[in-house]
Design a protein around this ligand. Structure first.
Ligand SMILES: Nc1ncnc2c1ncn2[C@@H]1O[C@H](COP(=O)(O)OS(=O)(=O)O)[C@@H](OP(=O)(O)O)[C@H]1O
Ligand SMILES: Nc1ncnc2c1ncn2[C@@H]1O[C@H](COP(=O)(O)OP(=O)(O)O)[C@@H](O)[C@H]1O
Length: 422
């Protein structure tokens, strides 16, 4: 049964929720309250003294109405109900309490390998188990073969799939299984064949502190029935060269500052060079299609910017270069877009078109400033609605006294120098 209150936890919290529900975090059965979280941080134990390495908490904004005793339906980002949290404590922006599953979660790639500790323990009942937790490929399997051989153990590969790289880690586990069972895992050619190799995908988000991360992996391995645990090497992530990485060039500035003119000039210059695919999210096209029906209240502008950020990040996820040129007057919303883009492994360049209001108003290309001054347009940026000047701009261009070509070069040159464009 769902509950009257609702919440969509973030990706890390959803991963923790899944581990709480699957039993991989036993003895935990819910999100921690402040006493447990504090004790874990200070002493590495829950408040009752049970050893536990890392806080497992759920953030809930202070203005969320749920109070102790209330039940909150926790949903995934697509809206599917996953669990009910019965709130036992609200403090410091956290909600604590036990969680109960609402049906089986739906998973994407490799759903069949998301097995619970109980399922795996049943399959491996009576066997000694060597668990190997992995966040990247296992190149040398010699140690695993040797340890499994000594213990006469079955090997349980636990790919810790979290975020964008999740499917790649699972594929690495499948490759390692094949090499272990074929006996081609060692580098010295002496590797023996390991007969029993199982895989269970575990959505354990990495912890910043390496020691804490390892201890948590150990706990999860134990929950899966392992007598021994080996931690696979940390993946070496070499970001691709800049000219192959996704990039979002995000212009911000007052109406009439020159955003669209410079953005179009940049698009054309990039198309002339031909070295990158370009997605240009034209302001007018966005407002007519993607954000049709939205106005200029703070809420509508924020939604408009988030939509633009979402589309730009999708283009950049696949290595594309996206150019956007909305006013984007609020710093917090620009920050959100930066985070969305960086979350897909792409780069984000904020270009502040810093032409002063007086010059924008003097140009008054569309006659909007005159109307705004006359009170005919409410909430007009710079007149009756705020523009928060960026203090984190990567580039600043004032178009008052430069030509369009010069303004475009101010943006294009750093892209070439930075290696994003050849
Ligand atoms: N109230 C108000 N405030 C600011 N701008 C207004 C307003 N009403 C209409 N317009 C016209 O809409 C264009 C800005 O749309 P954006 O999508 O870039 O704005 S925002 O980023 O969502 O704030 C902006 O176009 P540009 O001049 O190209 O910036 C204006 O022409
Ligand atoms: N160096 C320059 N860079 C960009 N625009 C300029 C420049 N000098 C003059 N302008 C003029 O300023 C106006 C800017 O309008 P626009 O690009 O639509 O701004 P925005 O998209 O920020 O509202 C255009 O009429 C453009 O011709």
């Amino acid at each position: 049964m769902t509950a009257p209150f609702e919440w969509t936890p973030d990706a890390r919290e959803l991963a923790d929720l899944e581990l709480l529900l699957s039993g991989a975090y036993r003895p935990l059965t819910g999100f921690m309250g402040s006493a447990d979280a504090h004790s874990v941080d200070e002493h590495g134990t829950l408040a009752d003294g049970t050893p536990w390495p890392a806080p497992v908490t759920l953030a809930l904004p202070g203005d969320h109405p749920a109070a102790p005793g209330d039940r909150i339906t926790l949903r995934d980002p697509e809206g599917a109900p996953l669990a009910v949290l019965t709130v036992t404590e609200r403090s410091g922006g956290l909600a604590a309490g036990p969680v109960e599953a609402l049906g089986a979660p739906e998973h994407g790639p490799f759903a069949r390998l998301r097995r619970t500790p109980a399922e795996v323990r049943e399959e491996l009942a009576g066997r000694e188990v060597l668990a190997v937790t992995m966040r990247g490929p296992l190149d040398d399997l010699t140690e695993i073969e040797a340890t499994a051989g000594e213990l006469g153990a079955a090997v349980l590969l636990l790919p810790l799939a979290f975020g964008e790289g999740g499917p790649a880690v699972v594929r690495a586990a499948l490759r390692a299984r094949d090499r272990l069972t074929e006996g081609t895992g060692g580098t010295g050619g002496t590797g023996g064949t390991v007969k029993d190799v199982s895989i269970a995908v575990v959505p354990l988000a990495p912890r910043e502190d390496h020691a804490v991360d390892l201890e948590l992996r150990e706990r999860v391995a134990e929950a899966y029935g392992a007598a021994e645990h080996l931690a696979g090497p940390e993946p070496v992530t070499l970001p691709g060269p800049p000219h192959r990485r996704g990039l979002v060039v995000f212009f911000t500035g007052l109406s009439g500052s020159g955003k669209s003119t410079v953005a179009r000039g940049l698009r054309d210059a990039l198309l002339e060079r031909g070295s990158r695919t370009v997605t240009y999210l034209d302001g007018d096209v966005v407002r007519h299609l993607l954000s049709a029906g939205l106005g200029f209240s703070r809420e509508d502008r924020d939604l408009n910017i988030r939509r633009i950020g979402f589309v730009a990040a999708e283009a950049a996820r696949h290595g594309g270069l996206a150019i956007c040129a909305p006013i984007a007057p609020y710093a917090a919303t620009r920050d959100e877009v930066r985070a969305m883009v960086e979350a897909v492994g792409a780069d984000f360049l904020l270009v502040h078109v810093a032409t002063p209001l007086a010059e924008c108003e003097r140009r008054d290309r569309k006659g909007l400033y005159a109307k705004a001054r006359a009170g005919l347009i409410p909430e007009f940026t710079g007149i009756s609605a705020p523009y928060e000047e960026p203090d984190d701009a990567d580039l600043v261009v004032d178009t008052t006294t430069v030509t369009v070509e010069q303004a475009v070069r101010t943006v294009l040159d750093p892209l070439v120098q930075g290696g994003w464009v050849r």
